[in-house]
Design a protein around this ligand. Sequence first.
Ligand code: PMV
Length: 307
Amino acid sequence: MKGVAEAPGKVIVSGEHFVVHGAEAVAAAIERKVRAEATRSDRLLLSAPVRAPLALGPARKVVESLYASMGAEPRVSISVSSTLAPGAGLGSSAAAMVAVAGAASALEGWGLEGMRLAEAGLVGERLVHGNPSGIDTAASAMGGVIAFRRGEPPRALRLGSPLTLLVVYSGARRSTGALIKRVGEERASHPSLFGGLCEGASMVSGLCEGALGDGDARALGLLMTYSHAVLGRVGASTAALDGLVDLCLSLGCLGAKLTGAGGGGSVLAVPPPGRAAAEGVVSKLRRRGYDAFLTRVPAAGARAWRE
Ligand code: PMV
């Protein structure tokens, strides 16, 4: 018998970085995911293929802490595989932590789901990033589209209509922890300016919620492009990311921004309406060497089961 879990990656539509400092953000689960399989063992073992995003030390802590909270010994072997590029701003480490917790829970019959899985995974995210807001694990565990504010239960958002989003990986891996630190330094040097931008980010997130609820892709795109400029101001963008946002817009996207920590990683865009037009943009980006893909929103959250 084995416990299996799949946990999706995520994109942040609005409010990354500012969410670490108390602002409201909006995130969506995507169709690429991490899978974990847990079987019984005489001791705790974790394995991942070389390219998998799993930070094995933090994942071990997730499992140890979960078993300790259940009053059990972690006699389990967990293997992890992934269709998410690591360090791409798509929440690969959070998805891995949630998947590991889900697989162990399924094996042991604990039945953890939703925010209980997110909280289990956050133990590892703290070790990976130092000061995570918790949005990545919440989006992965809950799925769909969520509004998230640190310390509060996430709110599942209703969409006016399903949405296709475009994700373009810049090819530059980076460390979320280092980017969180850099933005924290910007906050320390201009605290009042940063405070204003934080309040503005919450307001923009509220407007994104409205655009999503109305199915207004045009408004959502404009809010995202605007957010990109603000993220650049606080040190999260790079010349390459600005160029990629510009390229997406020049190819007809309705809006584009860096997503996640920035400093490299991925750009999230609202493609032009219609499947053929969206696929046309993907082909053009791939011809230029980018790993670009479309993802349907809302996408499923983490699932765990026994086989
Ligand atoms: O790049 P990612 O997937 O690690 O996203 C991090 C999002 C931040 O807002 C920058 C950090 C956080 O914990 O909220």
